[in-house]
Design a protein around this ligand. Structure first.
Ligand code: FEO
Length: 394
């Protein structure tokens, strides 16, 4: 892959990671990812916007060699996470006059994480500018998308907004711009759910900030660029500001089919009442799909057997994640089975402090569900359908 010219003197010099399947040793990457780095040549100075994951440092080297880049004046570090900052030490070594440009908070993090010498770093305030000669970089502080130190860069004359993780998607592709809207929407929503959703109120503030700029191109540091920026801004707006929908997310695990029997009955009961259900068997599910489903859902119901006097570890994991991702849920409940006792409900409820949900009466049955248990599940389905209707969740 060669460098790609976006506009005269502006190049994509990133790396495509086709085969990466896990991020942060946690997040599944079904479509790989990319680390987008951009080179901007001004009439007087040259800037590099973000770098690449250190595992792909050689790819960035090849691009810069290919473009015969003799000097870099500024390395803009939007974000200290290593998939973008990890090759900065190498760039500083190769280009001894280069200075890193970042927020004051990012400076400390780059020193801590990458041992970058303090005298190689310049900090910039919100809306501060740096001239490259005929081009101007304006820095926009955007804290908590998704770390506290993050910023964006607006290239004024070309109306390009470089956004690092904001508006990003984990997609390995040779395309520069979006061509398949469905594919990109899904990848961007997955990314939003996994990375941005816990910071929804900050995302809202930063979206408002971005809307004040005239933007021709949004250039994130993962996935595709957007030459129709309204597509991704509108999508983010709906995810960050939207009301929940008439959806129940049902992550569950079953050991001997008792919980599964409850889940199957309950899903049918909800569907009969016009409620959409997204059901996930936690032994096989893609956690990204589960996270994505939480973006729009009004209710989560966790299905679990009782094991070792508490919830199944897979249900604990899913509950921990749901709590950490802070989706805009309004209701929660628990269904499942037990053999002789335990503290399944108390333990799971105690794991949801971040969610401002109303807890609907959990249903735990002894052994395999019986007539009365199925009736109780029907009543829970009635309650959920009614609550969704009362709140106007369409
Ligand atoms: Fe793509 Fe938060 O790093």
């Amino acid at each position: 892959m060669k460098p790609r010219e976006i506009k005269r003197g502006i190049y994509w010099v990133g790396a495509i990671d086709w085969d990466r399947r896990l991020f942060d040793s946690l997040i599944p990457l079904p479509d790989g990812t990319s680390y987008n780095s951009y080179l901007i040549k001004g009439s007087e100075k040259t800037a590099l916007i973000d770098t690449v994951d250190p595992t792909m440092e050689q790819v960035l080297t090849n691009h810069l060699n290919e473009l015969k880049v003799k000097g870099i004046d500024y390395v803009v570090a939007h974000h200290a996470e290593q998939d973008h900052s990890g090759s900065i030490p190498w760039v500083l070594e190769k280009y001894p006059k280069a200075k890193v440009v970042c927020t004051p908070r990012c400076k400390g993090m780059l020193i801590d994480l990458l041992l970058i010498p303090e005298d190689r770093i310049i900090t910039v305030e919100d809306k501060e500018t740096i001239s490259l000669g005929d081009r101007t970089l304006e820095f926009i502080h955007a804290p908590w998308v998704h770390w506290p130190e993050t910023m964006l860069t607006y290239l004024k004359e070309d109306k390009i907004l470089f956004t690092c993780d904001f508006f990003g998607s984990h997609l390995a592709t040779t395309d520069l711009y979006m061509t398949d809207e469905g594919q990109v929407y899904e990848a961007a929503k997955r990314y939003y759910a996994e990375i941005m959703m816990p910071f929804r109120t900050n995302i809202q503030k930063n979206l408002e900030k971005v809307k004040t700029y005239k933007i021709d191109i949004i250039a994130p540091s993962h996935g595709l660029m957007y030459d129709k920026p309204e597509f991704i801004i509108k999508a983010y707006h709906s995810w960050a500001f939207g009301e929940p929908k008439n959806i129940v997310v049902l992550p569950y695990v079953s050991m001997h089919n008792s919980t599964r029997g409850m889940v199957e009955h309950f899903v049918g009961a909800l569907a009969q009442r016009g409620v959409t259900v997204k059901q996930f068997d936690l032994t096989v599910t893609d956690l990204g799909k589960l996270a994505m489903s939480l973006v729009d859902a009004a209710t989560v119901v966790i299905g679990t057997p009782t094991v070792l006097a508490g919830p199944h570890p897979n249900a604990v994991y899913a509950t921990f994640l749901a709590n950490a991702l802070r989706p805009n849920l309004k209701f929660a409940s628990i269904i499942g089975s037990y053999g002789w006792g335990g503290k399944t409900v108390e333990q799971l409820v105690g794991m949801l402090p971040n969610l401002k949900v109303e807890l609907l009466e959990p249903i735990l049955c002894k052994g395999y569900p019986k007539e009365a248990d199925f009736k109780a599940l029907d009543n829970l389905a009635d309650a959920i359908a009614q609550k969704h209707k009362e709140h106007g969740f369409a």
